[in-house]
Design a protein around this ligand. Structure first.
Ligand SMILES: Cc1ncc(COP(=O)(O)O)c(C=O)c1O
Length: 417
């Protein structure tokens, strides 16, 4: 008898069979079943005309979602930060000055990535829970003369949405480009890339687009494309006569080299990476779902969900975090009441109700919960179920509140325009 291999797990751990959790945190959220179905479709070779046809369809589907006519609208393979990193490493060379509009954890992430690139980093900051006033950004642009201004649209760490109207014009007048991370708002709040004058905007699927994480939609203006192609240094082995190298410094990453990624998504189909077929199917279905619903209806549904969640939390006697005037519609921060153990409530929500709500980072850690209603989960019944469950958990922990008040207030707020 041969001996069992000691390295082989005895039962192969069993089939994947996760619990059916309702994900009401700041993302990821439950993927729409149509997205999951699309992702189980057969694979294709990356140069199969059906596959390149799907790639072209994805480009067309994401233009209205980004609010742009940009030719270069496509996907970067990887989670949302793959899109961020591709944008920053392709636009910024070591020594370039970049101004970061910083009002939360993800503004700090921009500085972290830029630090690794070797950029000279300037910041214009707001305390967590506020946004940066446009005149402060204008003054910082004048003071620092950056090559790029980089900002988050909605920062899930603080639940604040930075106003962006007019920012592109300010940047361009000063000779700077504008980058926007819209990971947390794409699909839920309006993106107006062309109206804002943003040069690169990136997103992710796992929040308001109602897909899994792993693909980063991106749009790139012609102005930014020019800067990127000036840095084109196609890797040896896939060079093409018609793709001349640029005079600018080589982009400091191969995987995130947008010049090569754009050449791959162009008619030239330069063989850079192997496109993540399954993720592309998912991203395509996310976009079809959104455009089928209609942009206005989609934004109105997220706004109703945010309004209902906020009204319900307040009716429970809780205090909502941050500046009301700049709240994201799809995620709400709420203070953990005095005397209540935040993690005990999150555990009870998960174990008794199969509902996940979010914890917080940095200075807000242990102080607030973050409760989302995004994409497939921006639905009235899911908001009501979550509020009801939270009310029940709080009462069991001894927090006095009026039973039923949250659901009543949320139902009323949902239908208020
Ligand atoms: C505003 C923002 N940017 C970037 C990210 C990072 O996304 P990912 O984890 O998909 O890389 C997140 C994730 O929560 C986010 O909320």
């Amino acid at each position: 008898m041969s001996q069992p291999d000691p390295l082989l797990p005895s039962n192969l751990f069993g089939e994947i069979d996760p619990p059916q959790r309702l994900l009401m945190g700041p993302g990821p959220v439950n993927a729409h079943p149509r997205v999951l179905r699309a992702m189980s479709a057969d694979l294709l070779g990356q140069f199969d005309p059906e596959m390149t046809g799907y790639m072209n369809q994805v480009m067309a589907l994401y233009r209205p979602i980004f609010g742009t006519a940009n030719r270069w609208t496509m996907l970067v393979d990887g989670t949302a930060r793959a899109g961020i990193e591709a944008a920053l490493v392709s636009l910024v060379a070591p020594g370039d000055r970049v101004l970061v509009v910083n009002f939360g954890r993800f503004g700090l992430l921009l500085t972290e990535i830029l630090g690794r690139i070797g950029a000279v980093i300037e910041t214009v900051d707001a305390p967590w829970g506020q946004v940066v006033p446009m005149d402060a950004i204008a003054a910082a642009i004048e003071r620092t003369a950056p090559k790029l201004v980089a900002t988050i649209h909605g920062d899930t760490s603080t639940t604040m949405a930075q106003p962006l109207n007019g920012l592109g014009a300010l940047c361009h007048a000063a000779g700077a480009l504008l980058y926007v991370d819209a990971t947390a708002t794409i699909g839920g709040m309006e993106l107006a890339t062309d109206r804002w004058g943003a040069d690169i905007v990136t997103g992710g699927l796992q929040k308001c687009l109602g897909g899994p994480s792993g693909s980063a939609p991106i749009t790139i203006s012609d102005r930014a494309a020019e800067v990127i192609f000036a840095r084109r240094h196609t890797e040896a082995g896939i060079r093409m006569a018609e793709l001349a190298d640029g005079a600018g410094p080589r982009i400091g990453s191969n995987y995130f080299d947008l010049a090569m990624i754009m050449d791959y998504w162009s008619d030239k189909r330069l063989n850079h990476h192997t496109e993540a077929t399954t993720m592309l199917y998912g991203a395509r279905e996310c976009a079809r779902l959104m455009l089928g619903e209609g942009l206005e209806a989609r934004y109105a549904r997220h706004a109703a969900a945010g309004r209902a969640m906020t009204a319900g939390l307040r009716a429970m006697g809780l205090t909502v975090f941050g500046d009301d005037a700049h709240r994201m519609t799809n995620v709400t921060g709420v203070f953990i009441p005095e005397g209540v153990e935040g993690e005990a409530i999150r555990t009870m929500m998960r174990e008794a109700f199969e509902i996940e709500i979010g914890t917080a980072f940095g200075p807000l850690s242990g102080k607030i919960w973050r409760i989302g209603a995004m994409g497939y989960n921006a639905a009235r019944h899911k908001v009501l179920i979550t509020l009801n469950a939270l009310e029940s958990c709080l009462r069991r922990e001894g927090f006095a509140l009026a039973p039923g008040a949250a659901v009543d207030a949320a139902m009323e707020a949902w239908s208020r325009v």
